[in-house]
Design a protein around this ligand. Structure first.
Ligand code: ADP
Length: 301
């Protein structure tokens, strides 16, 4: 079976800036695939290419076996694209927005209601509310309903959870799992590393380059070996001191603690005692579990 999305050697420049640099990866039919990277990594540029809104300078991208440049008009009916900024018409109501997108694709809401039902259910109570007056989480559900109403085979979601509260974010990922079970292929981007684990495979992207493609588990395998948590009463002093130690390869803030990458022979007890003897209070150093964020730091430093 050919991949649902096939990206080969895609490069895109804006003047002197290379937004995408020889990008390539495949997304399988029915897969939930994540594109993970910080702001400015090139995610939206890649989405615009896949959504047939711009062409690569070199390389090719195919969606459902159709070339995004040559076959753009056939392709547009097969993809549902939710851009990073809300695609909704703020002055139109919930039902008017949905009706507008349905009529763009020549479908009726009734015939395709089953596909949007898991997402739209919570919006049914406010059919006459203007999109601009909805909360962030509700806007996101309406935008997703509008992207789905023509029953696309592929969903392209560009940072759908940015700026949305934690509960709505979690609900949103549950809805994506439901859509995936219906057989829709999903390419979703995020700059929240914790969301990566909700995908079957992910590509890490930074400065226009794909750094790694793997399952979330495959990516973090082996990261724990020399990784430690560290904390002390005076955290900044701890960070500075740890960075000076020859047995420390790297040290960075990680949530409320520090993560320390030890070199071969790193001894957590000895390090702890040494720092205490130098006057740092309440020093703790203990093994940490590595995640995608640790890998990102490792690959981009
Ligand atoms: P992301 O979605 O990961 O934040 P983008 O694809 O939006 O990244 O941007 C990648 C890089 O390309 C950034 O440096 C951005 O400033 C630049 N860029 C994006 N769109 C344009 C454009 N239309 N003109 C010039 N530069 C752009």
């Amino acid at each position: 079976m050919s991949p649902a999305i096939e990206i080969t050697g895609v490069t895109k420049r804006y003047g002197d800036l290379t937004a995408l640099d020889n990008v390539g990866f495949d997304v399988a039919e029915g897969e939930m695939f994540g594109l993970i990277g910080p702001d400015g990594a090139g995610k939206s540029t890649l989405y615009r290419i896949l959504a047939t809104l711009t062409a690569p300078d070199s390389g090719t991208a195919a969606v459902c076996g159709l070339d995004t440049v040559k076959d753009y008009s056939r392709l547009r009916t097969m993809i549902g694209y939710m851009p990073e900024r809300f695609s909704l018409y703020q002055d139109l109501t919930v039902s008017e927005n949905l009706q507008f997108f349905a009529s763009l694709f020549g479908v009726s809401i009734k015939e395709n209601y089953d596909i949007i039902a898991p997402v739209f259910a919570q919006l049914e109570r406010f059919p006459d509310r203007k999109a601009g007056a909805l909360s962030g989480g509700m806007k996101q559900k309406l935008a997703l309903s509008c992207a789905l109403i023509h029953r696309p085979r592929i969903l392209l979601l560009d940072e759908p959870t940015t700026g949305v509260d934690a509960v709505s974010r979690s609900e949103f990922w549950d809805m994506l799992s439901t859509l995936r079970e219906k057989g829709i292929t999903i390419l979703v981007s995020t700059s929240y590393m914790d969301e990566a684990t909700r995908c079957e495979r992910i590509a890490l992207i930074d400065k226009g380059k794909i750094l790694r493609v793997n399952t979330p588990e495959g990516l973090v395998a082996g990261l724990d070996e020399n990784l430690y948590n560290a904390s002390a009463y005076r955290m900044f002093e701890l960070l500075t001191r740890l960075r000076q130690l020859p047995e420390v390869d790297d040290c960075y803030t990680f949530g409320a603690t520090l993560h320390v990458v030890g070199r071969k022979g790193f001894d957590q007890v000895a390090v702890c005692q040494k720092l205490q003897s130098e006057g740092l209070e309440d020093v703790r150093v203990y093994p940490a579990q590595g995640d995608i964020e640790d890998l990102f730091i490792k690959l981009t430093r």
